[in-house]
Design a protein around this ligand. Structure first.
Ligand code: ZN
Length: 265
């Protein structure tokens, strides 16, 4: 299957250049990710369809840049089916009939099949879609070339889950990652291994800063991300909280109100 990249035309502070969506033409013409409903995206999808009917949209997760375009797609391409892994309480933000995907499910798409790989961490409902023949993985926000992925604590991001998801994808041995942001990744293994190493290095750094006396997430963020611009600090704090929760779960930190304490080794 040859995926056709179609840009969602949604640049912004959270999305960088914006999102890629992918069209798979064939028996079950499928769009991977919904974009945000930008008119130029809808026109580009229509042009790529070239008269073919869009059968389904598979959504990697319920962050707005991947899913909010569902309503506009439904209105433009009547009869299209929308599928994702449920995130109760969140999916209703974009009121289409979301048809649930079960982790591990094999989904007819294009002229082949994609298997749904549950990869929580960045978001609890995050799915990657693996083409088992080409070993291409539509990886949503699991990875992005040249940068790390945000784990938003307030939006049920979970660092332990994210690390397990990286290992799950490594074990699948994909040949190529097609991320929702940035360029394709043709060397998945070293990139994913570097992600794991990066998180563990960050964790060591946070533990060290806590040993030196920082206790609140704000204090830890200010030291660890001293070089970051002021307006990026709230995002960084979300990542620090994700680390603290992992340390707590690993039995290495305990929480006392706003304060966090590292357990002595
Ligand atoms: Zn996301």
């Amino acid at each position: 299957m040859e995926p056709i990249p179609i840009h969602a035309r949604n640049p912004g502070p959270m999305t960088g250049d914006g999102n890629w969506t992918w069209l798979l033409k064939g028996r079950v013409t499928t769009l991977v990710d919904a974009g945000t409903g930008d008119a130029t995206h809808l026109d580009a999808v229509a042009a790529a369809l070239d008269g073919a009917a869009l059968a389904q949209v598979l959504v990697t997760h319920a962050h707005g840049d991947h899913s909010s375009g569902a309503v506009a797609l439904r209105d433009r391409f009547p009869g299209v089916r929308f599928r994702k892994m449920p995130w109760p309480g969140r999916d209703a933000k974009w009121p289409v009939d979301w048809d649930p995907i079960v982790p591990g499910e094999l989904i007819q798409a294009g002229d082949g099949e994609l298997s749904a790989v549950h990869t929580p961490g960045h978001a609890p409902d995050h799915l990657c879609f693996l083409d088992g023949v080409s070993r291409v993985l539509y990886c949503g926000d699991l990875a992005q070339r040249g940068t790390t992925v945000w784990i938003p604590y307030d939006l049920r991001g979970d660092l332990s889950d994210y690390l397990a998801s990286l290992q799950r994808v490594l074990a699948l041995g994909p040949m190529r990652l097609l991320p929702a942001h940035g360029d394709p990744i043709d060397d998945p293994e070293p990139v994913l291994r570097r992600y794991v190493e990066h998180r563990l290095a960050r964790e060591r750094q946070i533990v060290e800063v806590m040993r030196e006396g920082a206790t609140t997430a704000d204090e830890i963020t200010d030291v660890v991300y001293a070089a970051l611009s002021e307006k990026m600090l709230p995002m960084a704090k979300q990542g620090v909280l994700a680390h603290l929760v992992k340390l707590e779960r690993d039995g290495r930190a305990r929480r006392d109100g706003e304060a966090w304490h590292i357990m002595s080794a």
